[in-house]
Design a protein around this ligand. Structure first.
Ligand code: CA
Length: 523
């Protein structure tokens, strides 16, 4: 889009989200120099980098700096109009207490149903739908990771060509399983996460486990009888390869055993075919990483628009990242469908506040040097931009870390904001498609589900043209709109879910490790 970039380089563009805001974001590539004249006639007193805030009016000392119509900070000194407002000039507001919050007070008209959209998916015995057909090998403990990975390489090379309808084989490696306080109350989080990941819709209900033998997390504890619907149906036992089994003589005997067990599952997975299912079978996890000031202007609002489309189509959407929504708690409890949902959200926030307190930090530990370089002064500003991914629908459900999704519609799935932990917990919740927005840029990807990456800026989309799937930067350039990008994302989701299109992360096989959230002690 040469016209847009020419326009960008010559005419100063600033973006204000709400008319009450007293700062705006510089949109131009490379920022704006001192002396640049804005459309309003305001002259910049100093250079302001792209994505950073410029004061639109004179701000007195202690005056609130408003973005998204909320105070994202208070001026530490008098800031004249036309100045660069960065984190060094702001005092962060205190966190909103969890008492006296509005509970389900927003009474909006229900969103109009969106009908007629479908995709081609793999219907599972438990009713869920996969977007990929993957053999996942569950592991009880980190000790078996090397052997399993060795076997997986051989399965890929020697067996997968014989089973053309299976997309991939994935080792669910992790660092848990032994050397941990497995009876601590919070150990329930990593254990249920591992259990629920092995039941992710993309694995077709085919669960096979590699165990060491002496670990604390025994296979029967990870997947107790009754936890796998397909096994009960077939009246079969859990399929376990135990490396310490006396029958194994030498390393290759273990590898052969894993390959032999894998074959049974590959036969069954290979017999499956995609069928046309309604868009309501999508289970989408949204998150952001490497955020900048554009995240909350372009990519996240477009994702929010798409979230509304998905909810209207009857699908499931999860938003997460507790430290990034904590500062918007009052907006969210107000948007809860019922007071009970609002209370569940408060419970998750309170749990996380206490968790952070145990480590002597608070939510301000969230922002990164890159966030600040990208114009995000603090967690309040980041949170306001993060929450918009959740769209406008009522929040109809809340789940705790590692739990499985209970209902369709918009769910708050409580997770840390860490990209890998959030992705891992959304996998456990049953996500079959992942949407990830980024401003600074991250090549993030998962082996277990397709990850659609949305760039917040055209410059990033241009430089990372073979890593970013959607460019939401057109919204800031003035060549695209929130609605347009939201629809583009929605249609792309159906293409990707159907297997007709691969995401860039899938194309290059960019797979980040699963990272468990273990709030319990290790031993
Ligand atoms: Ca994140």
């Amino acid at each position: 889009m040469p016209e847009a970039s020419e326009k960008l380089s010559s005419v100063p563009i600033v973006i204000r989200i709400d008319e009450r805001d007293n700062v705006a974001i510089v949109a131009n590539n490379g920022g704006l120099p001192a002396g640049a004249v804005l459309a309003s006639g305001l002259v910049l007193r100093e250079p302001v980098p792209q994505g950073h805030k410029v004061a639109l009016v004179d701000l007195a000392m202690d005056a609130p700096v408003l973005r998204y119509a909320v105070p994202i900070g208070f001026a530490l000194q008098a800031i004249p109009a036309g100045s660069w407002v960065n984190e060094r000039l702001l005092r962060m507001p205190d966190a909103r207490g969890l008492d006296d919050l509005p509970l389900a007070t927003v009474k909006s008209d229900p969103l109009a149903p969106l009908e007629g959209f479908t995709f081609e998916g793999y219907r599972n015995a438990d009713g869920s739908v996969g977007t990929r057909n993957i053999l996942a090998i569950t592991q009880t403990v980190q000790c078996v990771a090397g052997v399993t990975e060795f076997a997986v390489k051989r399965i890929r090379a020697e067996l997968l060509p014989l089973f053309p309808h299976v997309d991939d084989v994935v080792a669910l490696a992790h660092s848990y399983g032994c050397g941990v306080a497995i009876d601590a109350p919070d150990a329930v989080v990593p254990i249920r996460t591992l259990r629920n990941i092995s039941l992710n819709p993309n694995f077709g209900g085919e669960v096979m486990v590699v165990s060491l033998g002496c670990e604390k997390l025994q296979p029967q504890r990870l997947l107790p009888p009754g936890s796998i619907p397909l096994l009960d149906e077939r009246k079969e036992q859990l399929d376990v390869v135990c490396l310490q089994d006396d029958a194994h003589i030498g390393f290759m005997s273990m590898v052969d055993s894993i390959m032999h067990h894998a074959k049974d599952h590959l036969y069954r997975l290979n017999a499956r075919r995609r069928e046309t299912v309604p868009a309501s079978e999508l289970v989408v996890g949204v998150q952001c990483g490497g955020s900048d000031a554009f995240s909350g202007i372009t990519a996240n609002p477009a994702v929010g628009f798409c979230t509304d489309l998905l909810v209207r189509a009857g699908a499931s959407v999860m938003f997460s990242e507790t430290t990034e929504v904590r500062d918007g708690i009052a907006q969210l409890t107000a948007r809860a469908a019922t007071p009970e949902v609002a209370q569940a959200m408060i419970r998750e926030m309170a749990w996380y506040d206490a968790y952070l307190q145990r480590g002597s930090v608070d939510r301000s530990a969230n922002t990164t040097p890159g966030n600040k370089l990208g114009g995000l002064s603090n967690i309040v500003e980041k949170a306001m931009g993060s929450i918009v991914k959740s769209g406008t629908a009522p929040i109809s459900n809340v789940i705790a870390p590692g739990e499985k999704l209970k209902a369709k519609g918009l769910t708050y799935a409580a997770t840390p904001a860490s990209d890998f932990i959030c992705g891992t917990l959304q996998l456990a919740a049953g996500m079959n498609l992942h949407v990830f927005t980024t401003g600074r840029g991250t090549p993030y990807g998962l082996a277990e589900v397709p990850v659609i990456k949305v760039a917040t800026r055209s410059d990033l989309a241009r430089r990372w043209h073979d890593l970013m799937d959607v460019n939401a930067g057109t919204i800031a350039d003035g060549t695209g709109s929130i609605e347009g990008v939201g629809w583009e994302l929605f249609h792309l989701m159906l293409e990707v879910a159907s297997g007709r299109k691969k995401t860039w992360a899938e194309h290059w096989k960019l797979h980040n490790a699963l990272v468990l959230f273990n709030p319990a002690p290790v031993t």
